[in-house]
Design a protein around this ligand. Structure first.
Ligand code: FPP
Length: 143
C-alpha cells in the first residue's frame, strides 16, 4: 500500500482487509510443524487488531478460514477450530473493553455448536460498541 498511514489524517484507510495466508510456509521455513504457524498466526491476529484499533482504523476484516480449508487434514482443521474457540474465549472480553464490535461473515452452520454459540455470544456482547469493527470471515468461500 502506498498510502501513508498516519492517525488523524485524511489519508488513513477506513477499512483494511487481510487474507491470513502463509502460516504453513512460515513454519516450514523455520523447520516447525504447520500447527506452529497457526499458533503464531493467532498471536499475529492479536497484535494486528491492537495496532489497527490504536491507529483509528474503522473496519478490519480478517479472512481466517475459507470454505476450501475444510479439505485440509483432519488434525489441522481440528487445531484451527480449537484456535478459533480459545482465541475468542481469551480475547472477547478485552475486545469489548476496547469498544470493538465483532462480526462474523460466512456459513457458520458447519461449525460445532459450541463454536457457533461462542460466535453468537461474542457478536451479541459487542453489538453496540462504537469503536473499530472487526469482521472475521470464517467458512467464507475464497472464490
Ligand atoms: C492460512 O495459512 C491460514 C489459515 C488457514 C488459518 C488462520 C487462522 C487462525 C490462525 C486462527 C485465528 C483466530 C481468529 C479468531 C481470527 P496456510 O496454512 O494456508 O499457510 P500456507 O499458505 O503457507 O500453506
Amino acid at each position: 500500500m502506498d498510502v501513508q498511514i498516519k492517525k488523524g489524517t485524511e489519508r488513513m484507510p477506513k477499512h483494511i482487509a487481510i487474507v491470513m495466508d502463509g502460516n504453513g510456509r512460515w513454519a516450514q521455513a523455520k523447520h516447525l510443524p504447520r500447527t506452529a504457524g497457526h499458533h503464531a498466526g493467532s498471536k499475529a491476529v492479536r497484535r494486528t487488531v491492537e495496532y489497527c484499533a490504536q491507529q483509528g482504523i474503522e473496519v478490519l476484516s480478517l479472512f481466517a478460514f475459507s470454505s476450501e480449508n475444510w479439505h485440509r487434514p483432519k488434525e489441522e482443521v481440528d487445531l484451527l477450530m480449537r484456535l478459533f474457540i480459545t482465541t475468542l474465549k481469551q480475547e472477547v472480553k478485552r475486545l469489548n473493553e476496547n469498544k470493538i464490535r465483532l462480526l462474523f461473515i460466512g456459513d457458520r452452520s458447519a461449525f460445532s455448536q459450541s463454536l457457533q454459540d461462542k460466535i453468537k455470544e461474542s457478536e451479541q456482547l459487542t453489538c453496540e460498541n462504537t469503536g473499530m469493527t472487526l469482521i472475521i470471515a470464517a467458512n467464507y468461500g475464497g472464490r
